[in-house]
Design a protein around this ligand. Structure first.
Ligand code: DUC
Ligand code: ZN
Length: 461
């Protein structure tokens, strides 16, 4: 099937221009003027897709999702089937989820488990990071097998029961340097959090408000600082995932001034929502419990500024959804509230509405943050992340200047609430192509389960 996407504005990380796109055999064959594309099409051989008045982006990449994950005695509400349907509807054509090597398991076992969870169920393309929770000489040797299998990024936790200690972090960073892999790290000081949680419990402060109070920005900034010193000595770049606060950003700035290569990711919830939501009363605030927690409006302003200046390279979602019934697990004890919220479906329209439309960032910045940079950082560029001849025909046609409202009833995410319930959006994902297949047509899913595993190469950002 050949498609001619006509009349839109092509957006790449490098800029935007009016232009048409020719899609053939799953790839972008050409970009050009309507006359040029008509000439290449040859008569009626192409199906025309009208993109007049629309922005035409490369498919968005969400490099931070948790589907079908067992946490806090329950399992995420979205699995790979529901999560990737929601993703593709929102313009995300590739997700990178976190395969996990649980203690006692090899990485190969962890990867096999996650392959099984995802295989045949995905409506967008998918890849895996490997979460390392245990480090032995055998596991160290497996890093090469992971790289070979296209798992080229590794997740480390500095908190939770999956955490690794400083010595292990250092050893892993050394090994990744040698193998050409890269680590994305969840930075929070676990000791500080545990002590604060003990204090809160001893004082009987068991409600949702204790969640942000026991995970302060200082805990995040300290862990980022420690990670970056470890990375400095290990002499390797590192990714700070889900950065939430100005204090953490300052630490990253200092490391960069020392000459370090540090990448940073943030998420829509940290840009758009603040910690006042934890004071909503009852279990309402539990909907917003995630780690690190939502911060202040001042932190939001720092993050927006850092997006505009290029100090933050990617925006992912950390989609980790639980229903309100699951959140009830923590009614008597805030430490038992399953942490995380949905977001894979709404990232692009939110970023357009509250980032581009407000003048905080430009469409090409949005493209870099949601497509080009994650493609480079996670070894998929130029197969993905750019509209260019030869790249996968992963394409999002986004109509702007519309008026929509986010609601739980209108979403595909398998959750009974929407964190952004009632938020107005001024953009709509109208058409999505996945490797040349027209999978979302006029905002509706037309083809499901077309996703394939993406074997990724080394980072190149
Ligand atoms: N934070 C969450 O809130 N949930 C899943 C993992 C994470 O880092
Ligand atoms: Zn996460």
């Amino acid at each position: 099937m050949k498609y001619w996407i006509t009349g839109g504005t092509i957006v790449n990380g490098s800029g935007r221009f009016p232009g048409d796109v020719l899609v053939e055999e799953g790839k972008i064959r050409a970009l050009g003027t309507p006359d040029e594309i008509a000439g290449l099409c040859g008569g009626d051989a192409c199906t025309r897709v009208d993109a007049s008045g629309c922005l035409v982006f490369p498919g968005f990449i969400d490099a931070h999702t948790h589907f079908d994950l067992h946490v806090a005695g329950t399992v995420t509400a979205d699995d790979f089937a529901t999560g990737t349907r929601a993703a593709i509807k929102g313009g995300t054509t590739t997700i990178v989820d976190f395969a996990t090597q649980y203690p006692g398991e090899s990485m190969a076992q962890g990867l096999a488990n996650w392959n099984q969870k995802a295989e045949g169920k995905c409506s967008c393309d998918y890849g895996f990071h490997m979460s390392i929770t245990e480090w032995t000489p055998e596991i160290s040797r497996e890093v090469a097998d992971m790289m070979e299998a296209g798992v080229t990024s590794f997740k480390l936790y500095m908190t939770y029961d999956t955490q690794v200690d400083d010595k292990t972090i250092f050893q892993i960073l050394r090994r990744l340097r040698e193998a050409g892999g890269i680590a994305g790290v969840h930075c929070e000081n676990s000791g500080m959090i545990a002590a604060l949680q003990d204090e809160a419990k001893a004082a009987g402060r068991m409600g949702v408000a204790s969640h942000p109070a026991t995970r302060p920005a200082a805990a995040e900034a300290e862990a980022i600082d420690r990670l970056l010193r470890l990375a400095e000595t290990a002499d390797t770049p590192v990714i700070v995932v889900h950065l939430t606060c100005g204090e953490g950003l300052s630490v990253i700035r200092r490391a960069r001034e020392r000459g370090q290569k540090v990448y940073a990711e943030t998420c829509p919830q940290y840009l758009l929502m603040d910690d006042s939501l934890y004071g909503l009363g009852g279990m309402e605030g539990a909907k917003y419990v995630c780690a690190p927690p939502l911060r202040t409006k001042q932190d939001q302003a720092c993050l927006w500024q850092a997006l505009a200046s290029g100090e933050i390279q990617t925006i992912s979602t950390d989609h980790c959804s639980f229903t309100t019934a699951q959140k009830e697990l923590g009614r008597e004890d805030f430490t038992k509230i399953p942490g995380g919220m949905p977001g894979v479906e709404t990232r692009a329209v939110l970023l357009y509405t509250y980032g581009v439309e407000t003048g905080r960032i430009r469409p090409e910045d949005m493209c870099r943050l949601l497509a080009e940079n994650p493609a480079k950082l996670y070894g998929m560029f130029p197969q993905k992340g750019i509209l260019a001849p030869g790249s996968d025909a992963d394409i999002v046609v986004m109509r702007t200047g519309v008026s929509d409202t986010i609601t739980a009833s209108g979403q595909l995410q398998n959750v009974d609430y929407a964190p952004f319930e009632g938020w107005e959006t001024s953009a709509r994902v109208e058409q999505v192509f996945l490797r040349g297949r027209h999978v979302v047509q006029d905002g509706r899913i037309a083809m499901e389960k077309q996703g394939r595993y993406v074997a990724r190469g080394r980072y190149s950002l």
